[in-house]
Design a protein around this ligand. Structure first.
Ligand SMILES: Nc1ncnc2c1ncn2[C@@H]1O[C@H](COP(=O)(O)OP(=O)(O)OP(=O)(O)O)[C@@H](O)[C@H]1O
Length: 370
């Protein structure tokens, strides 16, 4: 296969794919459970399908406990999965430790929320980066090669001049600088995929944008495929090409970020957007509307609700929503925009149309009729 403009082999845009990814954590049961021999399981992730592409950021958005970190850890092969397939460049891959895991980690790197916890306080920046370069075979042969590679890494994350940072300990750096070191360490593997789990949520608001801009610059210059995990849907609009919304272990909506954030189609996405702390939008009246529209608790993942998991909180729930799991349905005529919500089933829309219609979510994501 060649690209249209050159004779060079076309590079596969899909780097990492998850198909039907599922993780149920067994939890220690109460005596009653032990006697019945049924092990309770937390349904942390169910049937998640997603694709990470070269040079693109995919945001995975949802509230705390929705399963976002578990998805990242499954993709990083830090956890065994209950079901599903992970494909790297089209090849199914399962690794559990040892050399195969190191080979996988060379291509798929993870960045964690708390850079202070992920850097060892007794070691310098030089130590952390040298180790990453050596483990992944990128330290070169000579001391001069290593020195050049260390400087290049620090320059790539704009910690310049490198000499100012190489011999610093983590506590001598600001939160933003520490996260840049953690990113440099991930880049030491020369990866194709970065899994960034809430990479800025522990940083001061004033420096978040700088770190997000750095990640965006890296995806553009290094053509990295980036998974950006966040509970802040506003930052997804700014930073991600594509946005996926997760609720109680399942994906509920996906599409390009502009569409998902500006014209949300799933009632849960609307709730997330309405409850985001946007001073322009959230007025007293706005808050009241949010409360009316399903402010409440996410369900227990030990016994998730049947049908759509959002139905107990959903102001638009129909009898069908508590019984049948909605598949991903295309939203209106917008290719690539989907929502797992029966409101977007053409049959439902036809049945609900007319003067007695209940609330429907229109193509613009707002109520069409009431
Ligand atoms: N090792 C584990 N054993 C049992 N349950 C777990 C384990 N790890 C996560 N869970 C549960 O799985 C569910 C999803 O957790 P996860 O951390 O993936 O969510 P999250 O969306 O990343 O939340 P947060 O933003 O708070 O990190 C939660 O109910 C959590 O308690």
């Amino acid at each position: 296969m060649t690209s249209p403009d050159t004779d060079a082999p076309a590079v596969r845009e899909e780097v990492l794919e998850a198909i039907g990814l599922t993780k149920h954590f067994p939890v220690r049961g109460r005596l009653r459970d032990l006697l019945s021999r049924a092990t309770p399981r937390v349904h942390a992730v169910d049937d998640v399908t997603l694709t990470l592409r070269r040079g693109r950021v995919t945001a995975l958005v949802g509230e705390s406990g929705s399963g976002k970190s578990t998805v990242a850890r499954l993709l990083a092969q830090l956890y065994p999965r209950t079901a599903g397939t992970i494909r790297l460049h089209g090849e199914p891959v399962t690794v559990r430790g040892g050399r195969p895991f190191r080979a996988y980690a060379r291509r798929v790197q993870m960045i964690f929320q708390d850079p202070f916890a992920s850097l060892n306080p007794v070691h310098t920046v030089r130590y952390h980066l040298t180790r990453a370069l050596r483990v992944h075979g990128n330290a070169g042969r000579t001391a001069a090669d290593l020195d050049a590679a260390l400087r290049a890494l620090l320059e790539r994350v704009t910690l310049t001049p490198p000499d100012r940072y190489l011999d610093k300990f983590p506590h001598e750096l600001s939160g933003g600088q520490r996260q840049r070191v953690a990113i440099a360490r991930a880049l030491g593997a020369d990866p194709e995929v970065l899994l960034a789990d809430e990479p800025v949520s522990m940083l001061d608001v004033s420096i978040r944008l700088g770190v997000l801009n750095l990640l965006r610059d890296l995806k553009e210059r290094l053509r990295l495929a980036v998974l950006y995990i966040t509970h802040d849907i506003a930052s997804a609009r700014y930073f991600a090409d594509e946005t996926l919304v997760m609720y109680a272990g399942r994906l509920v909506e996906g599409g390009d970020s502009e569409t998902v954030t500006q014209r949300p189609a799933h009632p849960y996405t609307r709730l997330l957007i309405d409850s985001a702390p946007d001073p322009d939008r959230i007025t007293g009246a706005g808050r009241a509307a949010v409360a009316e529209r399903g402010d409440g608790e996410p369900p227990s993942l030990l016994r998730p609700p049947p049908g759509c998991r959002f139905h107990p909180r959903c102001p638009y729930a129909m009898p069908r929503c508590g019984a049948d799991l909605p598949p991903p349905l295309q939203v209106g005529d917008r290719p690539g925009h989907w929502a797992a919500c029966w409101l977007h089933d053409p049959a439902t829309r036809d049945a609900q149309a007319g003067p007695t219609a209940l609330a429907l979510v229109g193509d613009d994501g707002r109520e069409a009729t009431r």
